[in-house]
Ligand binder design. Structure first.
Ligand code: HEM
Ligand SMILES: CC(C)=CCC/C(C)=C/CC/C(C)=C/COP(=O)(O)OP(=O)(O)O
Length: 303
């Protein structure tokens, strides 16, 4: 094989390994962990701890994503959205992907345990277990509430970030977990409506398959309303100020508007538009928490 061709195939292989880690999902997970770290203390947290925690949480999340590719390879191979994934297509073997996941997990755990603290290391490992084992191997195939329960693992990063800095589990961090926990169902079910036939073909009991598209749309509306309320909590407990309150209200009104359109006036793009907006919503919401933390505007209390 010529050097040029060899190089090209190495680049392809590196891309496949990167794809295993679901990099965009992990990027958003790490952002939420990072916000947890910054909100844990009034000023700036210790830089070395932030770097180690970011790396450790990122590596364990990436490992969880890679395990998901191995476990789900048969169903991935049958769905239009996932059929060309590296393990499903056979570009990487199960053994290669599993060894990769194991290396990421061990490295991440050692970094967290030795450079951050034991609590964060164990909680992050528990989150990996929650997603890669409890959700992927069991819940996903068992109940349409799979993503509601399994969503807890993906909601954990702000608490992991917070624990990395303080060494404890704080009530304020739990509010951030509640936000992502409530956000996950409208995030996923909007996509599941668009991909309903894929999920039906592989017998995955996703809500639009088991309870129908109209019911799922109604539940999405309810969850976006619930999310509006849950997002008020950081302001109501005095953790965040007016910038967050205003931004969060606007983001949630827009999310509710997407959900309303999806239910009562849909076109062929409404489900994907709602799914895509969910990602912008969570990203901007967490950036707002960060901005608000550093530029505190006096809270508007009614006494
Ligand atoms: C159990 C909980 C969750 C489920 C079932 C779920 C499901 C999904 C699915 C099926 C996709 C499409 C992936 C693709 O097309 O390859 C997706 C995309 C995405 N999810 Fe989630 N998700 C969950 C939680 C989360 C969490 C907690 C975050 C971040 C905090 C997140 C961030 C994202 C992002 C950024 C994308 C876009 C990825 C891309 O465009 O490549 N998700 N999600
Ligand atoms: C350590 C830690 C914080 C772990 C959490 C890791 C993690 C990657 C959470 C994100 C959840 C997610 C992308 C679910 C989709 O899985 P799916 O199987 O339903 O979607 P797919 O069909 O696209 O694979």
């Amino acid at each position: 094989m010529s050097i040029a061709i060899k190089r090209l195939s190495n680049v392809g292989r590196a891309k496949d390994y990167l794809e295993l880690t679901k990099p965009k999902v992990v990027a958003l997970l790490v952002l939420t962990a990072w916000v947890g770290m910054m909100l844990a203390v009034p000023g700036l947290p210790d830089l070395l701890t932030v770097l180690a925690a970011t790396l450790g949480i990122g590596l364990l999340s990436a490992a969880a994503a890679a395990i998901n590719h191995v476990v789900d390879q048969r169903i991935d191979a049958q769905m239009a959205r996932t059929y060309s994934r590296p393990v499903a297509k056979g570009r990487l073997s199960s053994k290669q992907a599993s060894s990769f996941a194991f290396s990421l997990a061990i490295t991440g755990f050692i970094i967290l345990y030795s450079l951050v603290n034991a609590l964060t290391a164990w909680l992050t490992l528990a989150s990996l277990f929650g997603y890669a084992v409890v959700y992927t191997m069991f819940l996903k195939r068992a109940t349409p509430q799979n993503i509601v329960i399994g969503g807890l693992a993906g909601a954990m990063p702000p608490l992991l970030g917070w624990a990395a800095i303080t060494g404890s589990v704080d009530g304020h961090a739990l509010l951030l977990v509640m936000i992502i926990f409530t956000w996950t169902p409208p995030h996923f079910w909007a996509l599941a409506i668009h991909r309903r036939d894929d999920y039906a073909r592989v017998n995955m009991p996703m809500l639009p398959v088991t309870h129908g598209i109209e019911f799922t749309k109604s539940v999405i509306c309810l969850y976006t309303a619930l999310l509006f309320i849950v997002c008020l909590l950081p302001y109501l407990v005095g953790m965040s100020g007016a910038i967050y309150l205003l931004g969060s209200a606007l983001l949630n009104l827009r999310f509710m508007q997407h959900a309303w359109k999806l239910k009562f006036n849909p076109d062929s793009g409404s489900a994907m538009a709602t799914f895509k907006f969910s990602i912008v919503h969570l990203m901007v919401l967490f950036l707002l928490l960060l901005v608000d933390h550093y530029i505190k505007v006096a809270p508007i209390y009614v006494s």
